[in-house]
Structures are given as C-alpha cells and as structure tokens.
Write a protein that binds this ligand. Structure first.
Ligand SMILES: C[S@@+](CC[C@H](N)C(=O)[O-])C[C@H]1O[C@@H](n2cnc3c(N)ncnc32)[C@H](O)[C@@H]1O
Length: 214
C-alpha cells in the first residue's frame, strides 16, 4: 500500500467513495487497468472539493496523463474554468485529446505539449489554482515559476509529496529514488519555511501539500 497511512484507514476511506459513472469512470478504469498513474481515488475527491470551494477561473496542471484529473477539476468547479495542462509523453497526449473530445472540452482544456519547466518559463497569464502532478524530482525547480504564475489569493496543490512514505522515513528510501526524495524534501522545506507562504501537508493518497500566500 501507500505507506502514508494505515492500510485499514486507507481502505476504509477509499471504500466510502462512490464509484464514478459514465465516461469519467471509463477513463479511470482504463487508466487503472493500464498502469497510467492518475490521482488516487481519495486525492481525486480532495481535488474536486478544493475546486468546488475555490471556484477557479484559470487552472494550471503539471502532468495531464490521459486527462482524468483535468476533466475532474473542470466538472467539479462549476465555473467553466480555462485549464492549461502540461504533458510531454506523446502517447498520453494522444489519449488525453481523445478523452477531452468525449466531453467537448478541447477548447476549455488546453494541452501544452512539452517539458513542464520549458513550458512554465513561457507562461505569463496568472492562475487561481495550480495542480503539480508531474516530475516529482523537480517540484523545487517548478516552484518559483508556479509562485510567479499564482494569483495573489491562488493555491498550489502538490501531489505525491510524501512519495510512498520515503520522504518522511529514511528506512523506506529505495536507493534509485534518493534524488527524488531529497528534492521533494527540499520542496517541502521551501514551502513550509518561506514566511510569505502557508502550507499544510496532508497524509492522504501519496501525500498532498497545499500552499497559499499568507
Ligand atoms: C501522475 S501523471 C499525471 C496524472 C494526472 N494528473 C491525473 O491524475 O489524471 C504524471 C504525468 O506527467 C508526465 N510528466 C512527467 N514529467 C514531466 C515533465 N517534466 N514535463 C511534462 N510532463 C511530465 C508523465 O508523462 C505523466 O503522464
């Protein structure tokens, strides 16, 4: 399991979440059956909760995969937001485009094709909500751009910040993951120790950090 919380707790909470319906369920099932790393169930609900509270007009997502979380956020926001989502994997981009078409969302959800860092450097218009879900080893590099692109009252939601428990516990760290773990710790240090920011770290899913300006 995720090594973020107790297995029985994770199972219990996950089982409380009703199954999705329709096309979004088909996309979720496809992703889970084919090893596409979409948000965990409880993280999906958390995202829906946050967008329904925040009511963003512009969302930036790092890591589109097959478009699941983009569509989820769009549908839950109730604001018909413009979403910019970044993805570098051609196969994922192709599948995401097909999925966006199924929801008639190709105009509202714009896939920026390429590496997050390169695309971030080019973006100028600010966002109400930024969802970081790509390039776990680079969140600390993405952060200055995300802060530049964040509206005054915007929020950054970063997924996978506890990375299978490894970020919190040296005994769990796999040697080949050590760089990612160190950089994720740097990210968490940055967002928790910057006196202009307030961050809450939630041991849910693979670990979520929510950051805003004070
Ligand atoms: C965890 S998945 C995104 C899942 C998606 N947010 C969801 O929940 O439906 C991460 C995606 O980011 C992409 N990715 C990883 N590093 C990237 C980078 N540096 N630039 C652009 N895309 C990247 C991967 O190809 C993968 O599809």
């Amino acid at each position: 399991m995720s090594k973020i919380t107790y297995d029985y707790m994770e199972d219990y909470i996950r089982n409380l979440i009703p199954d999705r319906k329709g096309i979004l369920k088909d996309i979720e099932d496809f992703a889970r059956e084919n090893g596409v790393p979409i948000v965990q169930k409880e993280t999906g609900v958390f995202l829906e909760f946050m967008v329904s509270m925040k009511k963003p007009l512009r969302i930036l997502e790092l890591g589109t995969a097959v478009g699941f979380s983009s569509i989820l956020m769009y549908e839950a926001s109730g604001t018909n937001p413009d979403i910019v989502t970044i993805e570098r994997d051609e196969k994922m981009i192709e599948l995401a485009k097909l999925n966006l078409n199924k929801f008639n969302l190709s105009e509202k959800i714009n896939i920026e094709e390429g590496d997050c860092l390169e695309i971030l450097e080019k973006l100028q218009e600010p966002f109400d909500l930024i969802f970081m879900d790509a390039g776990k080893g680079h969140y600390n590099h993405f952060l200055p751009h995300c802060l530049r692109l964040l509206k005054e009252d915007g929020i950054i939601i970063a997924d996978n910040v506890l990375f299978r428990g490894m970020v919190a516990c040296d005994d769990l760290v796999k040697r080949r993951k050590i760089t990612i773990v160190k950089r994720m710790r740097t990210y968490l240090d940055l967002v928790t120790h910057d006196e202009n920011l307030i961050t809450t770290v939630i041991p849910m899913g693979d670990g979520i950090a929510v950051t805003k300006r004070r």
